[in-house]
Design a protein around this ligand. Sequence first.
Ligand SMILES: Cc1cc2nc3c(=O)[nH]c(=O)nc-3n(C[C@H](O)[C@H](O)[C@H](O)COP(=O)(O)O)c2cc1C
Length: 219
Amino acid sequence: MSLFRLDTSILGTRSTTGTLADLVEQEWRAAAPDTPVARRHLGADPLPSTAWATAVATAFVPPDRHTPEQREAVALAATLTDELVAADAMIFAAPLYNFGVSQHLKTWVDVVFTDPRMAPGADRILAGKPAVLVTARGGAYGPGMPRDGWDHAIGWMRRIFSDVWGLDLSVVERELTLVGIDPALAPLAEKAERIRSAAEDQARAAGRRLALREGAFPV
Ligand SMILES: Cc1cc2nc3c(=O)[nH]c(=O)nc-3n(C[C@H](O)[C@H](O)[C@H](O)COP(=O)(O)O)c2cc1C
């Protein structure tokens, strides 16, 4: 049994999604202390921005004529896919940036799609695996808010992880994380604190469900 954790924040140790993912992982570890956890941190160690286009280009060139860069891009796609295939459960930590998905996460998904095992139309080799997605945003874009619907990341992430890859996905969301930083949000301080506390509870619960789902808890 093994866990794969993907982080994507560019904010280092201040990462909100990193903190939420830590809570999920702690519950997993409490239940299954000896299981391996494979990690990839795209914020700290981004994929090359050219990898995706290079990997796509290999489709039009016979393998024996691939350039060294193309061979490297194909190998990278295989490595990323191997990490997903090897995992019994997954945690994805992915914040909202500029009203959309982080470029690092988008590149990672794009490169994964170039591996033949993950290509559109291939058998869904990850289907049914349990996964937790934790996300965070500085503002609030829910119903009734002036910018209702401006989070264009969460829908795409659900589409990929749940609908396309077929993962058994739980989602933990925290918003208003810029309260305390953006003075314009100061009146929302109490609400933000309630949201923080609820999101942390949800992260712990999602971690316990992840472990239970994988039979990590002794019965
Ligand atoms: C470059 C950048 C762009 C951001 N863009 C948005 C945005 O469009 N909307 C929003 O609500 N929050 C935005 N935020 C705030 C983040 O979503 C928020 O700080 C979140 O908690 C970040 O998660 P992390 O700490 O795990 O990186 C942005 C933050 C950064 C650093």
